[in-house]
Unconditional design. Structure first.
Lengths: 188, 207
């Protein structure tokens, strides 16, 4: 330690040393990114298709909807069985991104959480099937969160995670309303 | 060989990062809500810690001591980013579930501490085993905290429900205050055990 204390370093030597370290790490990251990014893009597309397939199991085609980015129509033999729309909502720990499947009758088919920052062990219950199953088949009027266990029509909040539950339900509600608006616009 | 074993063992028992050094308590509180989360985090740290110790040890002759800390941080950040990119490309599901934890590793005190205290002064092989030992100690501590918190707070371990409906989970164990209380007791318990072992060894030495 003492020998290093006594040595005098010029500011340029120190700066060059640090610059070299950053340069090397930059090159390494760039090289890795160059090779992995095409694979990552491919994988994320596959992943997205898989999550859409998981939402609408029997669909044989996902057709993008004109004029809306990231909106899809799930079709079975040419007939639309579901609309898959992205939705964003504010949860307890920040943005929650959802992928919501809505039936042509404006019922919720299901949803998938694309990304979230909710508390592990509490708020992340929104990603679990036990909560997802509560939302399936709900219509717009029943999309509200209650804490009363005897109320079977509306949605039971996850214990200890009312804010997260409410956020997800609101996000889904928005998605259902948007789908309803889209179809209303089409029929006119 | 004996020496390397001692270096490895030190990280798990005598200088356990969480129970003895009390480093990186923040993640120990934040991500040990379930046993699975705690284990993944522990293993990620184990990997980054060993890798970083090797790199710091390899480059210790070239690094100017005045800028060593920024360089160590750069090295840690590079390793974490590379791991992130690789996971994203080849294991997107694992990447999704690790998400924010991975980037958190960059600022873990324990990794910088081992680079500064050990790897910058020792050869590559001891440094690697120091990282491995410290990482294992960290992972084991995380896992034990995670198991206890999940069991008390949710009645399950690794998502498998162990208690029946009669068990009313102590929600506080999942929340940060529960982690504080638990870690306090665990550090105390650890200390008692270590003192017992030491006094036994001392007695043996006398006899």
């Amino acid at each position: 330690m003492e020998t290093t204390q006594k040595k005098e370093y010029s500011i340029f030597g120190i700066a060059a040393n640090l610059a070299m370290a950053c340069l090397v790490s930059g090159i390494i990251i760039a090289a890795v990114y160059f090779f992995t990014s095409p694979i990552a893009v491919q994988k994320s597309i596959i992943l997205k298709n898989n999550s859409m397939k998981a939402l609408v199991k029997d669909a044989d085609e996902f057709k993008p909807i004109d004029g809306k980015t990231e909106w899809f129509e799930a079709k079975v033999k040419g007939k639309t069985v579901a609309y898959i729309v992205p939705s964003e909502t504010k949860g307890y720990g920040g943005k929650i991104k959802l992928l919501v499947a809505v039936s042509p009758e404006n019922k919720v088919i299901g949803y998938d959480v694309v990304s979230h920052n909710e508390t592990p062990g509490l708020g992340d219950g929104i990603t679990k099937d036990s909560f997802k199953s509560k939302l399936a088949g709900k219509i717009l009027d029943n999309l509200k969160v209650v804490k009363d266990p005897s109320n079977k029509d509306d949605i039971q909040a996850i214990t200890g995670a009312t804010i997260s539950s409410r956020a997800v339900v609101n996000g889904i509600k928005n998605a259902v309303e948007e789908v309803a608006a889209l179809k209303g616009g089409n029929s006119k | 060989m004996k020496e390397i074993w001692n270096i490895f063992k030190k990280g798990i028992f005598a200088e356990n990062p969480i129970f003895v050094l009390a480093l990186s308590l923040c993640p120990a509180l934040a991500v040990t809500t379930t046993a699975a989360n705690a284990l993944t985090m522990g293993l990620s740290v184990l990997f980054v810690l060993s890798m970083n110790n090797v790199i710091v040890s390899l480059t210790r002759k070239f690094v100017n001591p005045k800028v060593r800390v920024p360089i160590y941080i750069t090295s840690i950040a590079t390793i974490v980013t590379v791991v992130q990119l690789l996971l994203q490309a080849f294991f997107p599901l694992l990447y999704k579930s690790l998400g924010i934890y991975l980037s958190l590793i960059v600022v873990f005190a324990i990794i910088l501490a081992r680079a500064e205290v050990f790897a910058s002064k020792n050869a590559v092989i001891p440094s690697f085993f120091d990282g491995l030992g410290m990482g294992s100690g960290f992972a084991l501590a995380m896992l034990s905290i995670g198991i206890i918190r999940e069991l008390l707070g949710n009645g399950s371990i690794f998502g498998i429900q162990l208690f029946g409906d009669w068990y009313n989970p102590a929600l506080i164990m999942i929340l940060p205050p529960g982690a504080f209380i638990l870690i306090g007791y665990m550090v105390a318990g650890y200390k008692i055990i270590m003192e017992r072992i030491e006094s036994k060894q001392a007695k043996r030495g006398e006899a």
